[in-house]
Design a protein around this ligand. Structure first.
Ligand SMILES: Nc1ncnc2c1ncn2[C@@H]1O[C@H](COP(=O)(O)OP(=O)(O)O)[C@@H](O)[C@H]1O
Ligand SMILES: [Mg+2]
Length: 271
């Protein structure tokens, strides 16, 4: 499935981010099949926010894939359990890169009545590889094969790639700009909604490593840590979203008992 031309505004299907106060400001959510860059320094809850959005998809009985390259799946799941996500409501399957094992797991996913969160923990896989094999492994080849198989077999609707920076470090692309173009195109061609995590150094003005990812992406969500009177808050804004009339103002991002919330104007006085 490639990009589809719509005949009217109402025909654009959207995937909510499931962040209260933010979805209403972006026309209800991200147009399906879009690629959104999720940028911010360490600890801004990028991984959690992406997880939150695809958890909601899985709760709605869709199959989704989270590819983690830097954080182990155990560490990721522990964080999500600590945040109160209910793993009775969805099924979770962990996969590596072995095509035969993926085939077996695909059978279970097809048989399940719940939405499936498929976790691909390539960071751990790398750690278990022999030191001499790891640098030569073609990680993009491994990832694209997994995504393609799961799209064809269990129709995954959404993928999180966490993070682009880790993929760059692992892969050592010879012509990165060309490769990045190819990566974005790969997801567009499959019609998958994708979240690409981009780690930003603190106080950086660039959203991403090669400064072309934000041009190629359909959407850019930025989270910053902001200090006022020695209190640090997380602030979020949607810098870009194609096909959507968005509010580009800055919101305070909070996580509490009822999930993620974006507060308009924030709680602190603006100085
Ligand atoms: N239950 C919780 N409520 C609010 N914040 C939490 C909770 N659990 C963990 N965090 C915060 O989430 C942050 C890590 O989020 P994470 O999504 O891993 O960030 P990033 O991917 O941007 O580095 C930690 O700094 C931690 O303080
Ligand atoms: Mg993270």
């Amino acid at each position: 499935m490639t990009e589809q031309l719509v005949s009217s505004k109402g025909e654009i299907k959207r995937m909510p981010l499931s962040i209260k106060g933010l979805d209403d400001n972006i026309g209800g959510g991200l147009p399906t099949g879009s690629i959104m860059l999720v940028c911010g320094p360490a600890g801004t809850m990028k991984s959690s926010l992406c997880f939150n959005s695809i958890y909601a998809e899985a709760e709605a009985k869709k199959n989704v894939l989270y590819i983690t390259l830097e954080q182990s799946y155990v560490s990721l799941l522990n964080q999500m359990i600590n945040m109160g996500y209910d793993f009775q409501k969805i099924d979770v399957t962990v996969i590596g890169s072995d095509p035969n094992i993926i085939k077996k797991k695909v059978k279970d996913i097809k048989a399940s009545k719940k939405g499936h969160l498929i976790l691909s923990d390539l960071g751990s896989l790398r750690a278990t590889m022999k030191a001499q094999d790891a640098p030569s492994a073609d990680w993009w080849n491994i990832i694209s094969r997994i995504v393609k198989t799961l799209k064809e077999e269990v129709d995954i609707s959404c993928v999180v790639l966490d993070s682009l920076n880790s993929l760059y470090v692992l892969s050592d692309f010879k012509n990165p700009r060309n490769k990045i173009f190819h990566i974005f195109n790969f997801f567009k061609q499959l019609g998958i909604t994708a979240f690409f995590v981009s780690e930003m150094p603190k106080d950086s003005s660039k959203y991403c490593e090669y400064e072309i990812e934000d041009y190629l992406a359909d959407g850019v969500l930025v989270i910053q840590l902001v200090e006022r009177n020695r209190k640090v808050t997380r602030e979020v804004n949607i810098a870009k979203m194609r096909g959507t009339d968005i509010n580009i103002d800055i919101f305070t991002l909070e996580f509490g008992k009822d999930g993620f919330k974006a507060l308009y104007g924030g709680k602190m006085p603006l100085v």
